[in-house]
Design a protein around this ligand. Structure first.
Ligand SMILES: [Cu+2]
Length: 468
């Protein structure tokens, strides 16, 4: 953030808190609803234990099945992730849990550290518990008994929660915005060299590095040039582009130019269009930037693992307003768009929702997401890029978004929306006028992508409009 921006941001924090209260209120209802779905635990059995010693349990989006397990003390849970994205299974408050499991992976979870009692099971990936990945584990003693102090409260019941603590957690998570973290993605990548024929030479280094997604949460990111998202590459229509990719990952990779017209052998789908770039090797991509693009670059080989972990970036060809026209001088749904618009900011919003990075905008989760700070009357553009595994309806409070391009193609019939649905792989470009001063919440409207019991997190930022 520039110094001027920072000053304006700090001045607007108080109003940001007030504006976000509306979102908080919807969160209260959400928590009750999520809790209610888990139901009551199995009734403890009496007499000698007939509970099984080994129980199989499956993790998926977003379910733990079976959700109500009875097991003998000292038993083992055979946990399998049958979902498409990473999950784990933890026994709340016990320190017992599986490592993160990728799709298809299994783990035998030894429960011998658990005393007889009733425990809550959950997936620890932010948002997955409130999306439904909770359950009840009843550990039955050798005498067939479950101690009363553990057995008499229903998981998810109203008595489960300390309402004041929930209110306080939400409050604290909101006033923490905007929070400082190490690292910033989307930094514009300058060519390391421009050849005599005008070819712009860029270098991407793929590696694994520490990345702070929100204050104190440092994860192992897979990415480019130690940024999530990787550095932004922007070239002009007609440019010769060369991108050198150095692979410092422990496995092979490739780079696919998503939404960019390239020769087939530059499409980045190993081994179909090129050999795999082995660990320690490099590969040179070379193509002419033939057509305007609001594109992306990302790994294709094992993309299901690499993208959620951070291997993506923005690749833009041409300029908005010139190569990708704005719908100026038109009236759309009764709203006039001026003939001339001065765009004060063009903001990438790269969405992710899984893997090590988790629910995030530009590689950061609330409160470390960056606010958009503009003056009353300003026009700005947001480009959404969904590099995640789920759909995200992106809702800006108060000011409508004029969707003027889809996947970089200017729309013949742009339309106003207050919630723009962005599916994996899609890009939408929207034009917004900051008509109303104040701090306005800007978030994914799948509420479990924005709030959890610990408070606001993930896919939320704020638009701060300073009074003219
Ligand atoms: Cu979402």
């Amino acid at each position: 953030m520039s110094e001027a921006n920072e000053e304006r941001t700090m001045g607007a924090i108080a109003t940001a808190v007030v504006a976000l209260v509306a979102l908080v209120l919807s969160g209260g209802a959400l928590i009750v609803a999520a809790g209610a779905t888990t139901g009551a635990p199995a009734a403890p059995t009496a007499g000698s234990s007939t509970a099984a010693k080994n129980v199989s349990v499956n993790l998926s989006e977003f379910d733990i099945s079976p959700g109500n397990i009875e097991i003998a003390v000292g038993g083992t849970l055979s946990v399998t992730n049958v979902g498409a994205i990473d999950h784990d299974l933890a026994i709340a408050g016990s320190g017992v849990g599986t490592p993160m499991l990728a799709n298809g992976q299994s783990y035998d979870l030894d429960l011998s550290d658990l005393e007889p009692g009733v425990y809550q099971m959950l997936c620890t990936i932010p948002g997955h518990d409130s999306a439904g990945m909770t359950g009840t584990l009843t550990v039955v003693g050798e005498d067939g008994q479950v101690p009363d102090e553990h057995a008499d409260h229903a998981v998810g019941g109203a008595d489960q929660y300390d309402w004041d603590a929930l209110d306080a957690a939400m409050h604290d998570s909101i006033v923490a915005f905007p929070a400082e973290t190490e690292g910033l993605g989307n930094q514009l990548l300058e060519p390391e060299e421009v050849l005599d024929d005008g070819t712009k030479v860029f270098r991407l280094v793929a590696s694994i590095f520490d990345w702070e997604t929100e204050p104190g949460r440092v994860v192992e990111a897979w990415g480019y040039n130690e940024q999530v998202p990787g550095p932004m590459i922007k070239v002009d229509v007609g440019d010769n582009v060369r991108v050198i990719v150095d692979n410092e990952l422990p496995m092979g990779t490739d780079v696919h130019w998503h939404g960019v017209r390239v020769p087939n052998d530059q499409d980045g789908v190993a081994p179909l269009t090129q050999p795999l770039i082995e660990s320690g090797e490099s590969f040179i991509y070379e193509f002419v930037a033939r057509e305007p693009s609001i594109g992306m670059y990302h790994a294709h080989h094992h993309g299901q693992m690499k993208l959620p972990n951070g291997m993506f970036g923005v690749f833009q060809i041409g300029d908005v307003g010139e190569d990708i026209p704005l719908p100026t001088g038109r009236t759309i749904s009764g709203k006039d768009i001026p003939d001339e618009i001065d765009i004060v900011a063009e903001i990438p919003m790269v969405l992710n929702d899984a893997g090590n990075i988790g629910y995030s905008i530009n590689g950061k989760g609330w409160p470390a997401t960056e606010p958009i700070v503009v003056d009353e009357g300003d026009w700005f553009v947001v480009h959404y890029y969904n590099e995640g595994l789920q759909i995200h309806p992106m809702h800006l409070h108060q000011m409508p978004q004029l969707v003027f391009a889809k996947d970089g193609f200017a729309l013949d019939a742009p339309q106003w929306e207050d919630t723009v649905k962005v599916a994996p792989g899609e890009r939408y470009s929207v034009l917004v006028q900051a008509t109303d001063p104040g701090a306005w919440a800007f978030h994914c409207h799948i509420l479990t992508h924005a709030e959890r019991h610990e408070g606001m997190f993930g896919m939320v930022t704020a638009l701060i409009v300073n009074e003219a």
